[in-house]
Design a protein around this ligand. Structure first.
Ligand SMILES: NC(=O)c1ccc[n+]([C@@H]2O[C@H](COP(=O)([O-])OP(=O)(O)OC[C@H]3O[C@@H](n4cnc5c(N)ncnc54)[C@H](OP(=O)(O)O)[C@@H]3O)[C@@H](O)[C@H]2O)c1
Length: 262
């Protein structure tokens, strides 16, 4: 089935849609004929994205949402159902890149990262679940990161939250299968978005476009993939790190995967 036939009139909630991957995903799904709910905190950016989608003939509903607040995410789900009657797909994409100085264990940085990247994602998923359960169908896409499979020095707070999300996604998929609800976890490598604009990366791990991640999402949903690593060539990284962690550490060090600021 082609993308338009598959996604036409599907109601898709996308968090973190005001920029980067979420914005690219919203435009891609809207082009396929989906009704997209674009959620984030920045109303101005949501407003201009909504206009762009409408100009292209698509349908969009903008909802100001802070995923750190469960009442906000519940409101987002409620407003979607009032407007369009159901939620077919949720893309739990909103996130923040939180680093600390290596070895310092900055507690506030960890708390902030877990609040947004982990608890925020749980808020989003928990808010859409009652409606999906009632209908016995739905698809949840959790936007994780390759960093959950192999940590990068200095990224402790971010890596810890994404690793927690890795476990959550794994359990959730098994728990919801029998209820007819699908779960896909997606693990992009580096993506050219404002999130990591301050990092110069080595050639071996170039930044890909957010549109490429959006295309992977489309494939992942259509094929009901449990896990998607983007680019797929990085798929063995997690296994390499599990089997030979020091070798993986060394490879990251030698290849300067960490990159540089500036
Ligand atoms: N860029 C990468 O290299 C990369 C790689 C792997 C995975 N990822 C993951 O991909 C996802 C999107 O990242 P991106 O690269 O597109 O980053 P981005 O360009 O910085 O966009 C992040 C989005 O999340 C939203 N957001 C942040 N905090 C929020 C909150 N508390 N409530 C609601 N929305 C919030 C932001 O909107 P507002 O500020 O308007 O709220 C923005 O729309 C994240 O989960 C990230 O971890 C990124």
């Amino acid at each position: 089935m082609n993308n338009k036939a598959f996604f036409k009139e599907k109601v898709i909630v996308i968090t973190g849609a005001s920029g980067g991957i979420g914005r690219a995903a919203a435009l891609a799904f809207a082009r396929c004929g989906a009704k997209v709910v674009i959620a984030a905190r920045n109303e101005e950016k949501l407003g201009s994205l909504k206009e762009e989608i409408h100009r292209q003939g698509g349908q969009a509903l903008a909802i100001k949402t802070d995923i750190c607040s469960f009442s906000d995410t519940e409101g987002m789900a409620r407003e979607t159902i009032v407007k369009w009657g159901r939620i077919d797909i949720v893309i739990a994409n909103a996130g923040q890149f939180v680093q600390d100085a290596p070895g310092e264990i900055d507690l506030q940085a960890y708390e902030r990262s877990l609040a947004v990247n982990f608890m925020g994602t749980l808020h989003v998923v928990k808010s859409v679940l009652p409606e999906m359960r009632r209908r016995g169908r739905g698809h949840i896409v959790i936007v994780n990161s390759l960093d959950a499979k192999k940590g990068i020095v200095g990224d402790g707070p971010y890596v810890a939250a994404k690793a927690a999300l890795d476990g959550f996604g794994d359990v959730l998929r098994q728990e919801l299968t029998a209820r007819g609800i699908r779960v896909t976890s997606i693990y992009p490598g580096r993506v050219d978005t404002p999130m990591i604009a301050h990092i110069r990366v080595p050639r071996i791990s170039p930044k890909m476009s957010p549109e490429r991640v959006a295309r992977a999402m489309i494939r992942g949903i259509k094929r009901n993939r449990a896990v998607m690593v983007v680019p797929a060539a990085f798929f063995p990284l997690g296994s390499l790190n599990n089997l030979f962690p020091r070798l993986a550490d060394r490879a990251y060090r030698v290849l300067k995967i960490q990159g540089k600021d500036g």
